[in-house]
Write a protein that binds this ligand. Structure first.
Ligand SMILES: Cc1cc2nc3c(=O)[nH]c(=O)nc-3n(C[C@H](O)[C@H](O)[C@H](O)COP(=O)(O)O)c2cc1C
Length: 224
């Protein structure tokens, strides 16, 4: 029996971005199963443009160190330009998810040092034992990014189904030149995003809040 829509809805509802992990690794067989499931997403011409560089053990520690140094030196240079701005409802949603996180971890509004400290957790990969760096061939442009976005979502859901927590991290991709060099990712590939993953520290305050979603009427224009 294929899973029903309520089964899928329960899986989607259970997934959330994890911002505190336990250090223990995910067995290779589980990671392989997550990847095999996630790669079933559609892509234009079935090009399957995603490639993942996945770290474990000392390689994750080495990446954490390199990200820490890059964050200290401050040279943000993503391969894919970051959004130029968030307006209207997008700004409002961005603010409310940021405030929910800061409230959960006890950072008051206006506490710039506290929010910078929490932001910095991105470069510690929130303590995750694994990080996947996702890249797409530069020649595929925005459509490669669309296909990889689908893969990223599928990965997070397949991981959830396997009891593995995850978080997509554009913040990590902001240090693209360092990532290309450190992980030998060819220059003809665009680094889009990272996914840190592992087993959730469910008691950690950073994992104690959930984001909400808009009403259908806010994003659907029904015709006919
Ligand atoms: C492409 C992408 C990039 C993201 N980058 C970051 C990031 O750099 N740091 C972070 O803390 N969360 C990041 N997130 C997580 C979002 O903040 C999160 O998905 C959103 O607030 C909805 O919450 P939920 O995933 O818990 O449902 C990213 C999510 C996506 C899909």
């Amino acid at each position: 029996m294929p899973p029903t829509l309520p089964d899928l809805d329960a899986l989607f509802a259970a997934r959330h971005s994890c911002r505190a992990f336990r250090p223990g690794p995910v067995p290779n067989g589980v990671i392989e199963q997550i990847l095999t499931t996630a790669q079933k997403v559609p892509s234009w011409c079935n090009a399957q443009p995603w490639k993942l560089t996945i770290t474990s053990g000392p390689e994750t520690e080495s990446l954490r160190n390199a990200l820490g140094h890059a964050a200290d030196s401050g040279g943000h240079a993503p391969d894919l330009a970051f959004p130029t701005g968030y307006s209207d409802e997008y700004l409002q949603r961005r603010r409310s998810c940021g405030w929910a996180l800061y409230e959960a971890v006890g950072v008051q509004k206006g506490d710039r040092e506290g929010s910078a400290r929490q932001m910095r957790q991105n470069f510690d990969l929130f303590g995750a034992p694994h990080c996947a760096i996702i890249s797409s061939p530069a020649e595929l442009g925005a459509y490669g990014a669309i296909d990889c976005g689908g893969f990223i979502t599928a990965f997070t859901l397949a991981a959830q189904a396997a009891g593995v927590a995850s978080i997509a991290q554009a913040a990590v991709a902001s240090f693209a030149p360092m990532l290309h060099q450190h992980l030998c990712i060819p220059k003809d590939r665009v680094i889009l995003c990272a996914i840190s993953f592992g087993y959730a520290d469910t008691d950690h305050a950073a994992n104690s809040f959930r984001t909400d979603r808009a009403e259908l009427s806010e994003f659907v224009d029904w015709r006919g």
